[in-house]
Design a protein around this ligand. Structure first.
Ligand code: B12
Length: 352
């Protein structure tokens, strides 16, 4: 593709070219390509969704299939962030054109949620639609979010959660926003298929994509204010959930100490393999805790199924994951729901 070619739509060849730039970590070229598209008249919304967003999804697939290292994924994500920032710099906010804003929105990722780019994309889409957006960034602790609400009095909070493990924190944030009288629109795949967990946590609305959120907020916002949390709310404070959260460090340390006995290949692990294993055990505990909190086995079973595939792509046999599950399960014999879930996860992993 040459610099002077006029491009009016995003097709496969262009997407491949952009992917090759971010694959190379070439932030500058990625940003230039995006600005060139804007100059050629491609709407900013299409660039955000069909190019930057769609490429991120491909980046995820390449990492999961072990074709890309974590470092390469990080560099590509950084290039995507730079391209988005370049685009934002070229499209001034409505307020500067003299037209009034539609309203003001505080947009934040849930505490512990580091997937900032999807939320940043949403921020730009909302801004392009005429909202004043306060983008608070990744991992925003609930108390800081609430302080911000009191200082700025927005019309809505948009809360992003890409990982189900952050749902307990999302619940706390949504509850606090409701108490402050600000309606919440939730989004991100962490809220489950069709956003089914968003409503149970008390969110006023949910949208699958940034564009859907733009439509939702432009046609029927604010929603009728509902002061009570839905009656089938999650098991906040459930004894098993609380135990898992409190004993997380001990569960992982004990599992690591017993690992070589349960899975002899681990005896030869180098430091980085041992670190990855400890990290994976942490994810097992976190997803298990989230599944118990929400009373949703699928949160844990989907995670273990996906982890088995990711490990397989890295030549780690299913038995390694099964051993990890058993090592946690052995420490939870007094916790029937947790033990049952670990058992179910273990039986669904392929034998070889
Ligand atoms: C880049 C990336 C990262 C980067 C994030 C950097 C950054 N600055 O964002 C880093 C390296 C930090 C990362 C870390 C992890 N990641 Co990651 N990551 C990704 C990846 C490849 C891309 C994310 C992205 O930008 N997607 C592009 C956008 C467009 O996706 P989107 O979901 O369609 O976004 C739209 C909607 O979600 C919606 N939306 C988003 N927020 C909101 C909010 C509101 C209010 C509304 C209405 C809508 C809305 O609008 C967006 C725009 O249309 C995805 C794979 C993927 N396919 O998405 C995995 C992915 C999200 N990661 C995953 C995981 C598991 C992890 C880790 C746990 C990995 C690990 N083993 O350590 C950690 C956890 C970190 C943490 N605590 O947050 C999983 C999550 C699985 C799950 N939900 O159970 C995914 C899906 C990979 C997978 N399984 O295929 N990750």
């Amino acid at each position: 593709m040459t610099a002077h070619q006029v491009v009016t739509r995003i097709d496969g060849a262009l997407a491949d070219h952009y992917l090759s730039l971010v694959a190379d970590g070439d932030e500058q070229a990625a940003a230039e390509l995006v600005l060139g598209l804007l100059d050629d008249g491609v709407p900013a919304q299409r660039i955000i969704v069909d190019l930057i967003g769609a490429t991120q999804a491909r980046v995820g697939e390449l990492w999961a299939a072990n074709e890309w290292s974590v470092a390469r994924e990080h560099a590509a994500t950084a290039a995507g962030e730079r391209a988005l920032a370049a685009l934002a710099g070229r499209t001034p906010p409505v307020g500067r054109s003299g037209r009034p804003f539609r309203g003001r929105i505080a947009l934040a990722c849930v505490d512990g949620e580091w997937h900032g780019l999807p939320a940043r994309m949403l921020a730009e889409l909302l801004r392009l639609d005429g909202w004043r957006v306060d983008y608070l960034g990744a991992s925003v602790p609930g108390r800081h979010l609430i302080t911000h609400l009191h200082q700025t009095g927005p019309d809505a909070v948009a809360l992003s959660c890409m990982l189900p493990t952050r749902l307990p924190r999302a619940h706390a944030a949504i509850t606090a926003c409701r108490a402050a009288g600000v309606p919440v629109i939730a989004g991100g795949r962490g809220f489950g298929p069709d956003g089914r967990w968003a409503q149970r946590l008390g969110a006023h609305a949910w949208a699958a994509t940034g564009e859907e959120a733009v439509t939702r907020l432009s046609v029927d916002w604010p929603p009728p204010y509902v002061s009570d949390l839905s009656p089938d709310g999650p098991n906040l404070g459930d004894e098993e959930y609380t135990h898992l959260v409190r004993s997380r460090p001990e569960l992982i340390t004990t599992a690591m100490q017993r690992l070589a006995a349960a899975y002899p290949e681990a005896d030869h692990y180098d430091q980085s393999q041992a670190d990855s294993t400890a990290e994976d055990l942490g994810h097992i505990v976190d997803f298990l805790a989230a599944a118990l909190y929400m009373g949703e086995p699928a949160i844990f079973l989907d995670f273990t199924r996906w982890t088995a595939e990711v490990l397989q792509a890295r030549n780690v046999p299913p038995n390694a994951l099964r051993a990890g599950l058993h090592l946690i399960q052995d420490q939870l014999s007094d916790f029937p729901s947790a033990a049952d879930l670990l058992n179910r996860a273990s039986t669904q992993i392929p034998k070889t």
